[in-house]
Structure formats: C-alpha cells, structure tokens
Design a protein around this ligand. Structure first.
Ligand SMILES: Cc1cc2nc3c(=O)[nH]c(=O)nc-3n(C[C@H](O)[C@H](O)[C@H](O)COP(=O)(O)OP(=O)(O)OC[C@H]3O[C@@H](n4cnc5c(N)ncnc54)[C@H](O)[C@@H]3O)c2cc1C
Length: 367
C-alpha cells in the first residue's frame, strides 16, 4: 500500500473529545493527523434542530474555552456546533473531515496502517448509508506510531428487529419537527429521546402516540424538565400513551402492536410516520481490526484507566468510545471524558498519569 500520510499520532473522530484531544496534542507540538468521517461534531450534527443539551455549558466546554450563550441556559445543538467551530478556529486545528477510517492494522515493524475512504457523513445519523458510488477510488492511506480512537458510541440504531423497520416512513432519528406537521406519528421508546420527540412533535402540530414496553415512564431516567410536561400532556390526552405495548410489524399505512391494554392481542393502527427512538450502538470494527479486546454484552474495549491505553500497546481510547454500547444506563458523557485527554497526553509524554483529573461528576441521564 502506498502511504500518503506519515505521522506520529493518528487521532480518529472529531467530536467534542477528539477536538479537545487535538488541542492538547497541538499545544504539546505532537505531529498528528486528525481524521473525521463527517463534519466537526458529526454526532451532535445529527441531533434534531434546536435540541438542548441537558449538561450545563461548563460541563461540555472543551480545551479551557468557555461556552457562553445569550441566555445562560443549556446550549442548543446549533450553539454547540458553532462553539466547536470556534474552538477549531481559535486553535487553528486541521481536521481531515469527510474521511472515514475503514481499515486499521498493525504492520510487522509496529507502525499502524490506516485506510480511509471519502464519506459524506459521520458514522451514525440518518444519512449514514449514503456512501459515494466508488469508495475505493477515494482510498487514502496513513502510517502512524500511535492511534487514538475517539470515535463515540452512537453509530448504529438499536433495531427492533421487526418486519418493515426499513420502510421509508420509518426512522431511528428525529429530524426537524416541522416536517411532521399535520401527520400521525408513532414514537417508540420511553426515555429522553422518545419523550422529547413526543413533546416537540405535539407542539409542531403532529398527532402523537407514544408506545413503550414498560407500564410507565421512569421518572429517574427522564430529564427533570421533560417528565412533568409529558405527564401533563398525556393526562390531558393530547399525547396518546400506549404502555406495555410492543410493535410487531410495520406496514405502509399501519403498525401492528401487541398491547396489555388489548389483553395481549395484536391490533393494527394507522400512522403516517414511525420514529423508533430506542437507542444506539457502537460500531466496534476498528477495535476488532486493531486487536483491542471487547468485553461483555456492551463490547467495552479493554484499556488501562490510568493511561487510556488499550490492551494493544500504542492504541488509546477517549471519550464515550470507552463505553462500548451503553446498555445499562448511560454513564459516559462529554463531562466524564475530559480527563481522558489529560491521561493520554501524560502517557504519550511518558509522564505519570494525573491524579483525579477534571472529569466532573454530573447528573447523568440517558438519551
Ligand atoms: C439528542 C441527544 C442529546 C445529548 N445530550 C447530551 C448532553 O447533554 N451531554 C452529553 O455529555 N452528551 C449528550 N449526548 C451524547 C453526546 O452526543 C455524546 O456524549 C458526545 O457526542 C460524545 O463525544 P465524543 O467526542 O466522545 O464522541 P462523538 O461526539 O460521538 O464523536 C465521535 C466522532 O467520531 C467519528 N467517527 C466514528 N468512527 C469513525 C471512523 N471510522 N472514521 C472517522 N471518524 C469516525 C464520528 O463521525 C463522530 O464525529 C446527547 C446525545 C443525543 C443524541
């Protein structure tokens, strides 16, 4: 393979933590290449317009750059993406955007060889499938002494595994609420994403039904400002709640559901759109290719907590990528990940890992 880029550190992923890592590498004058499959902050980019973070601004600020907004409330998707661009500009970061790493392996002399292809989107999101017609023609190769995987953990929607899940009117991603005006929408799920979508789509003029497999919504797992609101709207009857219900089949016009309300019988209801907001999984293929061991149902990568180095010497993991797929409640967020940057930097410099670090304990809630 012809090597097109040779570098000391290949940093993969330009979400908030990848960018924070890039600033740290640049400050310490490491030779590094930063590769991102989509745009800066590609995961945040696919949130629906106007989505608010639940983390306070100071917890998601990176690289010591304050995140200020006009009304001192939680940042929106748009404010945060603007902020990420400002951080990149301020630190003159070079990010090779729209290049996806598709192959990663260690060569006999110990260097890491990476191949990328041009990609129009990040890894994850509603446009994930749209590759270019001839990806091979866009292939690029990299050689690096170390690799940092800050690739996130929300790459693939968690599928229900029912017939019809791939139909055009079915999505695993909330898009602009405006698009749902005047339509009948079924939302499947019972955590933050589903509850937030239900409230927003109702306000955008959709007729909303929320289908959840549990008996009731779990107050502990829903943002504290959303829970009373959804309860109020369901009680008022403007959002229909179908507890203890599971979707069994999706057709062009109808959705078949089994529900305790119907004594466990399958009943078909008519909907224009179906939103399956049941969570996301990590694509661990780069870990596999590099020989990083993955553990448990979460497929959590093996790494040293002090240095963030995986079981493969020279391969590090940062950000929410450390979690694998977050199955038993979300515990890894931006705010828990800042410390990864300090640990990796210390390890690359051959220094003692920092004590404690700046990872703040937060009020964690799932999406
Ligand atoms: C609606 C919603 C609201 C949320 N609110 C919050 C919140 O309030 N607080 C919070 O902390 N978190 C929140 N999250 C989760 C948040 O998105 C993640 O915590 C955050 O993005 C993690 O940052 P990261 O840098 O670790 O990973 P990511 O932001 O996921 O970045 C990983 C990057 O790696 C790229 N990548 C992956 N694989 C490759 C590859 N093979 N080649 C090249 N590039 C690759 C991806 O395109 C992506 O840009 C929310 C999520 C959703 C969906």
């Amino acid at each position: 393979m012809d090597i097109q880029v040779e570098t000391d550190v290949a940093l993969i992923g330009a979400g908030p933590i990848g960018l924070e890592m890039a600033v740290a590498l640049k400050k310490e004058t490491f030779a590094y290449s930063h590769i991102e499959a989509g745009c800066l902050g590609a995961t945040v980019d696919w949130y629906a317009p106007g989505t608010h973070f639940f983390s306070s601004p100071e917890r998601i600020a990176i690289a010591g750059v304050p995140l200020c907004n006009v009304d001192q409330t939680k940042a929106t998707r748009e404010q945060y993406l603007t902020y990420l661009r400002s951080v990149a500009l301020q630190h003159q970061l070079i990010v090779r955007t729209h290049e996806r790493v598709v192959e990663a392996k260690r060569s006999d002399n110990g260097d890491f060889m990476l191949s990328t292809i041009k990609s129009t989107h990040g890894v994850g999101g509603p446009s994930e499938q749209s590759y270019l017609p001839d990806p091979e023609a866009t292939k690029k190769s990299y050689k690096a002494k170390k690799v940092i995987l800050s690739i996130g953990d929300m790459h693939i929607p968690r599928l229900l595994g029912v017939p019809g899940e791939g139909l055009a009117h079915v999505s695993h991603y909330l898009q602009d609420p405006h698009r749902y005006y005047g339509s009948k929408v079924l939302i499947v799920g019972g955590k933050n994403s589903a509850v937030e979508a239900a409230i927003r789509l109702y306000r955008a003029g959709a007729q909303v039904t929320l289908c959840y497999r549990q008996k009731e919504l779990d107050k502990e797992r829903i943002k504290y400002w959303l829970y009373p609101e959804i309860q109020f709207l369901m009680k008022k009857g403007v959002i229909e709640f179908r507890p203890e219900s599971v979707v069994t089949k999706i057709l062009e016009r109808t959705v078949e559901m089994k529900s305790a309300q119907n004594g466990g019988k399958t009943v078909a209801h008519t909907f224009d759109s179906v939103l399956l907001l049941t969570g996301y999984e990590q694509d661990g293929s780069l870990f596999d290719q590099l020989g990083v061991k993955l553990h448990g149902a979460e497929k959590k990568p093996e790494f040293n907590e002090q240095t963030m180095e995986t079981n493969v010497s020279g391969v590090y993991v940062a950000g929410t990528a450390v979690a694998g797929t977050q199955l038993r409640g979300v515990k890894e967020f931006i705010e828990t990940s800042h410390v990864h940057v300090e640990r990796i930097l210390a390890s690359l410099k051959g220094e003692q890992p920092p004590e404690g670090g700046s990872g703040a304990a937060g009020d964690f809630l799932e999406n």
